[in-house]
Design a protein around this ligand. Sequence first.
Ligand code: SF4
Ligand code: SF4
Length: 166
Amino acid sequence: MSDRACGDCTLCCKVMAIETLDKPAGDWCFHCEPGKRCRIYDDRPSECRAFNCLWLLDPRLGTHWRPSISGLVLTTSEDGIEIRCDPDRPDAWRRTPYRDEIEKLAMSGELHDVTVLVITGADMTLVTPGREFHLGVVGEDERIVRELEGTRVVGATVVKASEIGD
Ligand code: SF4
Ligand code: SF4
């Protein structure tokens, strides 16, 4: 754990879905004063208490990755790294130096079967070395299936979870 703190950053209160509050990804939480604080901090849901973005946890992400600066909130999932983009700055991940650094994450990810997914609201793009697979809106009942040649991703499709027995 690094010694970083959220300070005036509140971006996860916008980009993350909070099931307990029925809050969709991409909308500000009703309880948030953006750039300031959570109005119910002492009583916030356990999902919020447990949440730490990767920038807080991993000092290898430079200060420019601070979500309030980058417009990007990084987390890990079972499959890899998820990069959630502020919907009001949907191209934030394409800017310099972020796109180049995301490419490096994708290159390293390909070697270790770690996916790099950029998410804006519910719209998803799988990023692999030299390629982007725009998947569109992926529902909660849907899964991303990658087509691999060795470790290289050569295709990606979205299918119903029920079709793959998930
Ligand atoms: S996105 Fe990260 S740094 Fe920003 S408020 Fe959430 S946990 Fe803190
Ligand atoms: S309850 Fe508080 S910490 Fe949780 S999303 Fe809303 S504003 Fe953020």
